[in-house]
Design a protein around this ligand. Structure first.
Ligand code: TXA
Ligand code: MG
Length: 352
């Protein structure tokens, strides 16, 4: 995977002693931050209530916000989820390990501290080699939200975690820069129709395609064995290609402390001219070439490749947040499937 020159590479070398000591800390109820391919997670034993309370405290997260449980293999799904539907297996087979979280009916093993009092649980098998090594060594579920303070920008390097959480965590495993760069796509399979609760770099279209293929496979298997006809109304019947995007309120999240404003490409020159006339200092994150202006103090050029842009996004936001600007101006990406995750994060950041 190619990385921009201004980004540290993904570190994949595994130090077995380091992983062992991280797993021992987790077993003892401590918090360990670790890299995933999306963003860094703040991990704790998903069955240890004291550790979960500490995790919520350190993150400053409201108690009714559920956290994702990270697993090392698909076989562990049945321990953490009940009534795993065939759609879940189809998506797991296609996208795990990887940047997708499945919301399923929780098993009795999942404490309500993890599920935020709901009857569902978010589960994910991450692909970062250090995350997988830690999960294998720990051999149980690791609850992990992104390793940032509630509402702030998710960390994509170990340095981001250290600067934000410092001594509040027992250990930070360093896996370099995250190769995906924004949080996982969340697919809710816990109710009638599959829904995307949070867009990410695995697109709605890819999810729909996999669900559709699984449905067709099931139908042709049923045709081949007419005696075992599939019941209508079975979960696979819901795998239609009309997945609605979860409505959800566009709450403030993933936000820098500095105000952030989004502008369409054609409005960018006017936005910059306006800040100049108001004698405001601005920092810009844009796909366009820099526009000369007295008011611009930093200009970060975003890649037109969505995968590359996702890797740049949070590091650039953090950098611009400390640039001394009155506000941050961002050029909006196109409303195309592969940009939906990035657009979602930018809109939430602009809402901050
Ligand atoms: O890529 C990711 O998903 C990262 C890495 C560390 O795995 N994790 C992450 O966790 O972004 P967090 O806690 O920052 O965001 C998880 C989101 C939250 O918006 C939470 O409300 C939602 O997932 N979530 C978790 N469990 C849920 C559930 N049972 N039902 C609905 N939403 C859930
Ligand atoms: Mg988060």
């Amino acid at each position: 995977m190619s990385l921009m020159q201004d980004q540290a590479p993904v570190k994949t070398a595994i130090d077995a002693e380091e992983i062992k000591s991280a797993a021992t800390l987790l077993k003892a109820g401590q918090l360990v931050a670790f890299p995933t391919e999306t963003v860094y997670g703040l991990g704790c034993d998903a069955t240890n209530l004291e550790a979960l309370a500490r995790l919520y405290r350190v993150k400053g997260r409201p108690g009714n916000h559920p956290v994702i449980v990270h697993l090392s293999c698909v076989e562990q799904l049945k321990d953490w989820a009940d009534n795993v539907p065939p759609e879940a297996m189809a998506l797991a087979k296609k996208f795990w390990p990887g940047p997708m979280t499945l919301i399923l009916k929780k098993s009795a093993k999942v404490p309500s501290e993890v599920s935020g009092g709901q009857d569902t649980v978010g589960l994910r098998i991450p692909s970062h080699p250090l995350a997988l090594a830690l999960l294998k060594e720990f051999n149980s579920g690791i609850a992990a939200p992104s390793a940032n303070r509630h509402g702030r920008i998710s960390p994509t390097t170990a340095e981001h975690v250290k600067s934000e959480l410092g001594d509040l965590v027992a250990k930070v495993l360093d896996g370099g820069s995250c190769s995906v760069g924004i949080e996982s796509t969340i697919v809710d399979l816990s109710s009638e129709k599959p829904r995307i609760l949070r867009p990410g770099m695995i697109t709605l279209q890819e999810i729909e395609k996999t669900l559709q293929e699984a449905k067709e496979e099931k139908q042709s298997a049923a045709k081949a064995k007419p005696s075992k006809k599939a019941k209508s109304g079975s979960p696979a019947d819901h795998a239609s290609n009309v997945l609605p995007r979860a409505p959800g309120t566009l709450s403030s999240h993933y936000a820098p402390a500095t105000g952030l404003k989004l502008f369409a490409h054609h409005n960018l020159p006017r936005a910059i001219a306006t800040s100049e006339s108001l004698m405001m200092k601005i920092s810009v994150m844009a796909f366009s070439d820099p526009i000369a202006s007295k008011s611009v103090i930093t200009w970060k050029q975003l890649s037109e490749d969505p995968a590359q842009c996702a890797r740049q996004l949070y590091a650039f936001m953090r950098e611009l947040d400390t640039s001394g600007a009155d506000y941050i101006v961002v050029e909006e990406p196109p409303e195309l499937p592969e940009w939906m995750g990035i657009l979602d994060r930018l809109r939430r950041a602009a809402n901050g």
